[in-house]
Design a protein around this ligand. Structure first.
Ligand SMILES: [Fe+2]
Length: 437
């Protein structure tokens, strides 16, 4: 069997010959959150574990979820001890809650932290292990999740994470002071209810940060190493869904980038612009469909140190104690410097992506690609009042070595980049990401 024929996906000597797409059943539209009860009933749920966060627990989305589940005759037990950036303690507590609860289904209502806690909690509830066992090397033993989890209906309330249609969870490991990805095809939710009305009340800063996350998911997928350039793995069940770019992720990523082009600035700057907020929610789901089946690369790999090494940053509009850098901002602050450097590894792809984002790349030559993408990203950051590089979130050149040492542990994501980078190149990129204007 040959890999799909086209220049980007041409067969490598020992490369993968196929790619796999895994997706939940997805319902998208205003008001669909109220369908939770009926949809849970259709799955024969009788008693569910409902995951949400402490702030949403006092709000209308949680109330809708509980009311419709109870109206369908389903017992509900709630786990809401979820912090933004869930850590190993959160997951262990979630696993204990699940283990004791006699549940036949799981429902999550919240952002990426909530959905990821539900996914990872199920792994450790059903298949207890040393905490790092299911994480990839060099942090963990890289053991596969042994089998199926409970059926999971995921309901995102922010327009960025895409976690409702990915098979990964991002968890902070306290002893290592950073976040790592745990992933398995078994962690893919069974169903997603994506209701953009949940984003109507989000503050501008939150829409900007989650929008940066969706933008980077899409741009990283589109520019990722081709699946055919990863080594062929004979055993199909051992293959990761973080498998590199492929025609499926290209299609979803392109659509998501075009949504960013048309709606990010509008959605951030006008809370009443429902069209823009609906589109951003759809873009987040599309970008999730993309990265859940291809994997991200350097902007995400380099974001984790930023999230966990900062100590003096205050962020408005998030209900969480500072110091705190929202995930989307931590991903975006290095992105211009990253793409400026790595575009050389796949210039045509970067020129195409820049065009989807609205840049005029028609007459550009391959060596312009990095600069064109970087300028487009900086333009979007400035139009949405984002921070000016890593100095905008409290870092400077003295921090570069520590940031790079943290990033370099994200080996799978780093290998998914279109250009080979090692610790020295990562240091150089952080240095050039200190400020952009
Ligand atoms: Fe992300």
């Amino acid at each position: 069997m040959r890999a799909m024929s086209c220049q980007h996906y041409s067969q490598h000597e020992h490369g993968a010959k196929s790619f796999t797409v895994v997706m939940p059943k997805i319902t998208f539209g205003r008001g669909c959150l109220a369908e939770i009860g009926v949809r849970a009933k259709a799955r024969d749920f009788t008693r569910v574990a409902l995951f949400t966060d402490p702030f949403l627990r006092n709000g209308p989305y949680f109330e809708t979820a509980v009311n419709t589940l109870q109206a369908s005759g389903i017992d509900v037990a709630v786990f809401s001890e979820i912090r933004i950036e869930p850590d190993d303690n959160t997951i262990i507590a979630a696993a204990e809650f699940l283990r004791d609860g006699q549940f036949d289904g799981v429902i999550s209502v919240g952002g990426g932290s909530t959905m990821d806690t539900a996914k990872a909690g199920m792994v450790y509830a059903l298949y207890p292990a040393e905490f790092t066992d299911y994480f990839g090397p060099p942090v963990g033993a890289g053991k596969p999740v042994p089998g199926s989890l409970l059926p999971h209906i995921a309901c995102p309330t922010t327009s960025g994470t895409g976690s409702e249609c990915t098979s990964v969870a991002v968890i902070r490991i306290n002893a290592l002071n950073t976040k790592f990805v745990v992933g398995s095809p078994h962690m893919m939710p069974s169903e997603a209810l994506v209701d953009p009305a949940c984003t109507d009340t989000l503050a501008a800063n939150v829409v900007a940060s989650t929008g940066y996350d969706l933008l980077c998911h899409a741009l990283e997928c589109y520019t990722a190493r081709a699946y055919a350039a990863w080594d062929y793995i004979p055993e199909p069940n051992s293959r990761s869904l973080l498998q590199g770019s492929n025609p499926w992720s290209d299609m979803s990523a392109r659509a998501a980038l075009e949504i960013i082009r048309n709606y990010l600035v509008r959605g951030v700057n006008d809370q009443t612009d429902c069209e823009a907020r609906d589109q951003l929610m759809w873009g987040a789901t599309l970008a999730g469909m993309a990265f859940g089946n291809s994997g991200t690369h350097l902007p995400h790999a380099m974001s984790y140190g930023i999230t966990h090494l900062m100590d003096n940053i205050t962020t408005n509009d998030y209900q969480v104690a500072s110091p705190f850098v929202p995930h989307g901002i931590s991903v975006m602050v290095c992105a211009p410097a990253i793409f400026r450097y790595i575009a050389e590894g796949a210039p045509q792809r970067h020129l195409s992506a820049a065009g989807f984002l609205g840049a005029n790349a028609k007459d550009a030559i391959p060596s312009d690609a990095g600069e064109i993408v970087a300028e487009e990203l900086i333009r979007l950051i400035r139009r949405t009042n984002g921070p000016n590089g890593i100095s905008g979130v409290g870092f400077n050149v003295e921090d570069v070595k520590d940031l790079a040492a943290s990033a370099v542990r994200q080996s799978r994501a780093i290998q998914n980049a279109p250009r080979v980078v090692e610790q020295q190149e990562i240091e150089n990129i952080f240095t050039s990401a200190v400020s952009y204007w």
